[in-house]
Design a protein around this ligand. Structure first.
Ligand code: GUN
Length: 284
């Protein structure tokens, strides 16, 4: 029976650190603020944006919400990003994804000042992560790393398998594990003999977006299992990418959904906003 990795508890510690750092910066007259931009009325995005604003309030970080209608044009959104780049109250800019189809996500991300890019999605920040010299770590993978570290297990030399190759989670997650000397395999929808690969994982990260995709037969006895999935079931309940009840009997450590990776993503965002505020102060 696995030990539970308590993302709620660990995220509270991370947020307390961010709050102390934000207070210290504000004491020196350095503004610490996060602009959160949401376009349209995707219900999941609204829930995420509300959680981010709530966390800002808890950490003493000023938050500025920009809720734009679903028919906002790319030019209008680019103009807002430009305005926020030049706003000294705004340390960090987060444009909630996905965006409506008339807007090219890449164009918007490219327009954000890399020093305000608290998601670490801008190509400059992605490149910096690749070479291991970064200002920001992407929120979800960084949160996953904290959860893995909380187990006390040394990543160096471990077989690490990441299921999913998104720019937001899978690819940066693999890179962070590699920086810590894990032997990393990235699996995706075209991977052959997936279970044969996942069964070799000492550390298994599931970022697939399919409810209970990872079943017990895909997991090695004693593995650390990190579940990034947030899937809404027909009955309205949340469930992860891992079949928690079965896999917990085999894993040594496992994250629950909810209460695992989700709260860590937001806690890392708070840390990144503080880092952004520091970078603004250095630039000024
Ligand atoms: N949509 C889903 N996850 C994220 C995230 O981490 N950042 C942003 N901006 N949008 C998202």
């Amino acid at each position: 029976m696995a030990n539970l990795i308590d993302g709620k508890k660990i995220s509270a510690e991370v947020k307390a650190r961010a709050a102390a750092d934000a207070a210290a910066l504000k004491e020196q007259g350095i503004p610490v603020g996060l602009a959160v931009v949401i376009v349209g009325d995707d219900p999941a995005s609204r829930v995420y944006v509300n959680s981010k604003k709530k966390a800002c309030a808890l950490c003493g970080i000023d938050s500025y919400e920009y809720a734009l209608p679903a028919d906002t044009s790319e030019a209008e959104l680019l103009a807002l990003v430009e305005q926020l780049n030049g706003d000294s109250r705004v340390s960090g800019i987060l444009v909630q994804l996905p965006l409506p189809k008339q807007i090219d996500e890449h164009r918007i991300i490219n327009a954000i000042d890399p020093k305000k890019d608290v998601d670490a999605f801008h190509p400059v920040n992605v490149g910096k992560i690749m070479i291991g010299d970064f200002d920001f770590l992407p929120c979800t993978p960084s949160g996953c790393m904290e959860l893995i570290d909380s187990t006390g297990i040394d990543i160096a030399g471990k077989n690490c398998v990441v299921i999913g190759r998104s720019n937001i989670v899978g690819k940066p997650m693999a890179m962070l594990l590699l920086h810590r000397s894990g032997t990393v395999t990235i699996c995706h929808s075209k991977t052959k003999d997936l279970a044969e690969i996942t069964r070799r994982a000492d550390i298994l990260v599931a970022a697939v977006g399919k409810p209970r995709f990872v079943t017990a037969d895909m997991v090695k006895e004693g593995a650390v299992v990190i579940d990034v999935g947030v899937n809404r079931l027909p009955d309205g309940k949340l469930c992860g990418d891992v079949d928690f009840d079965a896999v917990k009997e085999k894993a040594s450590w496992i994250t629950p959904v909810p209460g695992g990776v989700g709260p860590m993503t937001i806690a890392t965002l708070m840390c990144n906003t503080v880092t952004a505020a520091r970078l603004q102060a250095e630039k000024a």
